[in-house]
Write a protein that binds this ligand. Sequence first.
Ligand code: NA7
Length: 553
Amino acid sequence: MANVLIDEHPVAKESKLQLDALIIGAGFSGLYQLHLLRDKLHLKAAVVEAGAGVGGTWYWNRYPGARCDSESHTYCYYFSDEILNEWRWSERYPGQAEILSYLNFCADKLHLRRDIYLDQRVKTAVWNEDTACWQIHCNSGFSIEAKYLVSAVGCLSSTNTPDFDGAQEFEGQIYHTGQWPHDGVDFHNKSVAIIGTGSTGIQAIPVIAEEAQQLTVLQRTPNYSVPARNAPLHPDFHSKFTKERNHVRAQMLSSRHGHPWTAPPRNLIETPENERTEILEEAWEIGGLRFRESFQDILFNEQSNKIMSDFIRSKIFEIVGNQDTAKKLLPSDHPFATKRPPIDTNYFETYNRKNVHLVDVRENPISKLNKHGLVLEDGTKIEADIIVFATGFDAMSGALLNMDIIGKKGLRLCDAWREGPKTYLGVGVAHFPNLFIVTGPGSPSVLTNMPRSIEQNVNWISDLLQFAESNKIRSVEVLEEAMLQWTEHVNTVASNTLLPKANHSWYLGANIPGKPRVFMPYAGGLDVYSARCEAIAKNGYKGFQMIRDAGMS
Ligand code: NA7
């Protein structure tokens, strides 16, 4: 890792940049992808990034309380012992600022900056059949020609801001949690309204409540949440972890969700009531996403899930003093963990504060904004100095479709995906040669601890490119049949679980008006998916067509 060149971000020039590989996005995926393609495969590779810094999700999501729900020692790269040895996490779950520092540390350590062009948002990417290259144009006018195009745009990077009438009339400030101002927002002496009680709202509400004069929470769908039990890590944590980390790594890779634990081989439904209550109470005290893994049948058996969901509902009743408020907070329209399960610090407790008010906007939706705040359909007015949109993302496919990607014979990705995303392994799309997607729709991605899925995908894509380069392949193309079979398999696997039972989930695209309802992530587990990818690679990348200059192999 010798520093032979100056580590500064390059300036985009007007003349076209010629590359072997262009990577879009400088988050966890893009940084590692650049490292492998440039430093291991020795390709001429670069990254374009829309933000003014590296970090991806953690660059944009700076809202109060922003924190990861994977534990720190697992939410990081595992490919480099040097990085694992040097970096020290401070808390059980890493906060936004700490993860952003970590990613900047990695970018410096691996000397990545000199090949990362900042403030470059990709507008179009067009496949040129004659040159077998992608022509990429950014909004700034910067353009690039590259043999390979790797999308590392992330699953949750295209924000969803409901288009309320009257937004221009509002005289206060509006912020979306996913585009938070870098110098923060001062809530002191302010009346604040927050829309949304997904993972983001659940993290932000307790922190904003401590600072704001009044906080009104506009809740459309009550959510389950489990205490995170965040705390500083013990001073000995790092040395203990260093000794155990090969074991931790193996546990993560052999698990369904990429966390270092798997559900014990027991079904809730078959566990006697007193025993299961004891297990759930203990899991509630430990906190975090492990709670979901207390039993193996939670996502498969409706009755088991109902018992677990009832347990959480009983906790909400215990925590929230005002029973009317508690009732409004009870989730009822989806089984636990069929939407992304939030973990929290004092979320339900926050409703016991005098300055926090809960408004149900399911039956009485937000109709518009006016000069002073929000107006509900029945005419109720909610005054606010600041409105926070914690309204989520056009997940998984949104950021990809925001770029105009045009493949063979002028086929646009938005047309190819008109009925929902279709991919092979989440990684490739038929008729879009030499295009690879890290944690795309059809991969385990958001159902897992992301860095594990990212490393698996990036390693696999890099091996595939290595194979293509050493075999003098002109273009790597997904076979239509392989893509359709995989897409059907993704659907079948999801329908064998309770996951599609959450009608409004962003996993299904249901949070975006007009978006086709297709269950997007692969629910078969990271372990199963990785084994499948490995077998496909061993089988000469079955499902891909490798085209040489002189014809086909
Ligand atoms: P989510 O989970 O999509 O949550 C968005 C929230 O915003 C959710 O409660 C929505 O209610 C609510 N919402 C969206 N539009 C409206 C309108 N028009 N009116 C009222 N309420 C609305 O996004 P998050 O950012 O919380 O989490 C995304 C992921 O980021 C998270 O899972 C982690 O993986 C990190 P709804 O439930 O649709 O009724």
